[in-house]
Design a protein around this ligand. Sequence first.
Ligand code: HPA
Ligand code: ZN
Length: 338
Amino acid sequence: MTDLSAFIAGLPKAELHLHIEGSLEPELMFELGRRNAIALPFKSVEEVRAAYAFSNLQDFLDIYYQGAGVLMTERDFHDLAMAYFTRVAADGCRHVEMFFDPQTHTDRGLPFDVAIEGLLSGMAEAERSLGVSAKLIMCFLRHLDEDAAFATLKAAEPWLDRIVGVGLDSSEVGHPPSKFAGIYRAARERGLKLVAHAGEEGPPAYVWEALDLLKVDRIDHGNRALEDPALVKRLAAEGMTLTVCPLSNLKLCVVDDLKAHPLKRMLDLGLHATVNSDDPAYFGGYLGENWVRTATAIGLTRDELVTLAKNSFTGSFLTEAQAAPHLAAIEAYAASPS
Ligand code: HPA
Ligand code: ZN
């Protein structure tokens, strides 16, 4: 292990942008396919991995929704979550705010409760056995209409005390945040936190809409905000957290080369950026790998790494009292001789 990767491994971190369905490794996909008697269009794990060459977000989404089709029971969702938590606990991750896509599952006939029951039981086990805390964010699929999002919020009604917030994911271009202003108002009225993917492939105008029309608490990705200096100024002034996903950006061709990743520029511009994995089974790395490869490619300093770690907790939906011990642990770690 290099000095840099050892330093990163020991740094307490939170992950704020993780689609749990995107942590489905090909090995588990085959196991669940067998368990549930669902045939996969691939002969081997190697063949699945070879199919993970994407030129844009939609290329990925097509294969990601297909993969999620093997998830059938509460136990499947529990096992998926525990496989993820076990992996990121080893990366020094202490807290996760996890997205799930209920419509991906209800649209293929699963009752709403199956995914959420399984995920909540995985989250409880992770807290008990690994000491990793977690909160759940329910995403609406933006390629579907707002009525479908309202039906999803209605199905989630009995669970709202166990969902911290709502998000917006799937195909961005052509599905602006404005399409979901009504459902975000309804979610806000229910006291839910609000996040939305914006500026991954979509223009800066989508980030403005997420702020002004959806009134989000965080922006997921936000890369294209850098094209608009007035927007950068607004995001910096508000201390708006951006959940940046470097290896996802590379795999989906949002950046051509990790060396050209704008994370350092974001920090220099005073933006409250964080590092996250997005869909680690598809994009070639979990949280630690995102940190190490990005830090190596763009030359992040220890101070910048410490800032990113603090941002991951101050940008989380933990209360100040819940975040405080993590921030203190980061301070102590940064001050210890290494
Ligand atoms: N962008 C949009 N939708 C998604 C993503 C993403 O990176 N991952 C899973 N759903
Ligand atoms: Zn995402």
